[in-house]
Ligand binder design. Sequence first.
Ligand SMILES: [Fe+2]
Length: 282
Amino acid sequence: MDDQTDSIPVSGPDPARQRLHWHIVGGSARYTIRANWKLLVENSMDDYHLATVHQTYIEYMDRRLAAFGSSRAKLSGATRGLTFPGGHGGFLRSGPGRTTANSSPLWSEQAKQQVAALRQQLIERHGEDRGREMADRSRHLLIYPNLMFQDSPTGMRFRIIWPIAADTLDVLQTDLVPHDESPELRAYRHEGSRAFLGPGGLATPDDVEALEACQAGFAADPHAWSDLSRGMHRSPQSNDEIQMRSFWRQWRRLMMGRTGMSGAMDRGQKMHNGGSDATTQG
Ligand SMILES: [Fe+2]
């Protein structure tokens, strides 16, 4: 991919928004996992495996932060699991150090000032509440069935999950960064993403190992099934599994030869995506 040319303009009724462009970073990550593609969809939308599966990364970052006299920021504020008709879903939660407009303690003062200016721009354009939401909130969204959009503390990226065989998938991962930024800040963003994801990251090998172990386990028992009931009887939080249930409901619907979109919500569950209070069932 050409690192010099591609950018995505964000259009809208406000002319000021025309200045917002995203640069597609060159050098996309591409790798193979010996597991069914739907396992990586689940993995990409679950917000509770980080602390256990990626302990190596967490300890590495804790040591780096400690060397700068800092420490990991605590997660705060409400979280939300999201579902939408058609199997789309994801989650929202606070993202301390979210790199787009919330700098890392590891960065230089100059880089921090650039990010502070970007944060201020968001607040001026969109208001205090919306601007802070855009700067501080981490967003993970699945565009059904296989396109992930991750706007997280380790960067902003697209992830496309390609089925190769029943037990093999390919991943194509591409990072986005704000278009007009200094080489230093761009390097910080790249480093933050590469430390976590991709074949050389500290987290991707964990996920690959976990998914391949699950695949091997499923092969041992053709009647095995996954329990995705977490959070069925409460307002969906980011570390619940409503987004996975939505995905699987749409999948089942399509495999049954049905058309249209599935009811994404649990039975008796109210809509919490900012939509109506209509009660639906899968
Ligand atoms: Fe992971």
